[in-house]
Ligand binder design. Structure first.
Ligand code: A3P
Length: 303
């Protein structure tokens, strides 16, 4: 099917998740041909949960001994390129040769945990999730920006209905989050589970967690406070969105070419308040509350 919208006709239910056919193919290629390495580190997320930001934080944290902060490699390559986005690399056979990436290889994916092969799930994972109300708003803007221009834009009412029914790329949202939540409770040393909101509120704490989790903990010799602060500043919304590569560069997802600037909109918590009616808020909160019951996970004001 044509198009990259999130209309039902572009998505297929594949083992319980709604995927665009290009990602179903990518998933099959992943299972058949991808060879993971024990040192690989994966960043997993539902779309629009802060993936781009986390990528930049991870790259900056892991490379902090190698680059000085005035001439940081983010300026040259951008957060999109140092990572390999699994599903966009796996679009045809033979698959991209990842063997010349230096260790640890960094991969990003939107696949839910249960759609990953066990060789991959034995690697370290960082998962970032976000209040679904903000995810919905962010995704609605994003999808309409990158849509096939011969398709009409998706109305917010339609987007809301689909999201509440769980019909969304890589969704249902709650199944995605739960797939990683469960795995992180089973193996906390293998999955670092983060929320966008906590990264916003305590970014330096998150940088320290990232450093330790990725096997590069801060040492006594480092000026930990200053270095963590530098990383946070380098990757803040203002700085990241103003990098040349993010103002002018593009990211390719198979044939789809997306301007990097589309990955930056507002970068705020609670923008949903400008779009959802009280009734819509109640409905989505009710669904999420019900679906996440017993997981210990909450979003929004009750979090
Ligand atoms: P908004 O549309 O709410 O602004 P992803 O990278 O997973 O596609 O997520 C994109 C969302 O993260 C967008 O949210 C974007 O603005 C926000 N974002 C990008 N960089 C950010 C940063 N440095 N700090 C906070 N939010 C950021």
């Amino acid at each position: 099917p044509k198009g990259n919208g999130w209309r039902v006709k572009h998505l297929y239910n594949y083992n319980g998740f709604w995927l665009n056919p290009i990602y179903i193919k990518a998933n099959l290629l992943l299972h058949a041909y991808f060879k993971s390495h024990p040192t690989d580190i994966f960043l997993a997320s539902f779309m629009k949960s802060g993936t781009t930001w986390l990528k930049a934080l991870m790259i900056s944290t892991i490379n902090r001994h190698r680059y000085n902060f005035c001439d940081h490699h983010l300026h040259h390559h951008g957060p999109q390129t140092t990572f390999s986005f699994l599903e966009s690399e796996l679009h045809s056979y033979p698959i991209t040769d990842f063997t010349n990436m230096s260790a640890p290889r960094l991969f990003a994916t939107h696949f839910p945990r249960t759609l990953l092969p066990s060789s991959v799930t034995s690697c370290k994972f960082i998962y970032i999730c976000r209040d679904p109300k903000d995810v919905l708003i962010s995704k609605w803007f994003f999808m309409n920006k990158i849509r096939d221009k011969d398709l009409p834009p998706l109305s917010f009412a339609e987007a809301f209905e689909l999201f509440c029914k769980g019909i969304s790329d890589f969704g249902p949202f709650w199944e995605h989050v739960l797939s990683y939540r469960r795995a992180s409770l089973d193996a906390p040393d293998k999955i670092l589970f983060l929320k966008y909101e906590e990264v916003k509120e305590q970014p330096e704490v998150v940088v320290r967690k990232l450093a330790a989790f990725m096997g590069e903990p801060f040492t006594m010799e480092e000026d930990e406070e200053r270095v963590a602060e530098n990383i946070v500043n380098l990757c803040n919304f203002e700085n990241l969105s103003n990098l040349e590569v993010n103002k002018k560069g593009v990211t390719k997802f198979g044939k789809l070419v997306v301007d990097n600037r589309e990955f930056f909109r507002k970068g705020k918590i609670g923008d949903w308040k400008n779009y959802l009616t009280e009734e819509m808020k109640e409905r989505i909160d009710g669904i999420i509350h019900e679906k996440l019951k017993g997981s210990g996970l909450t979003f929004g004001e009750s979090a």
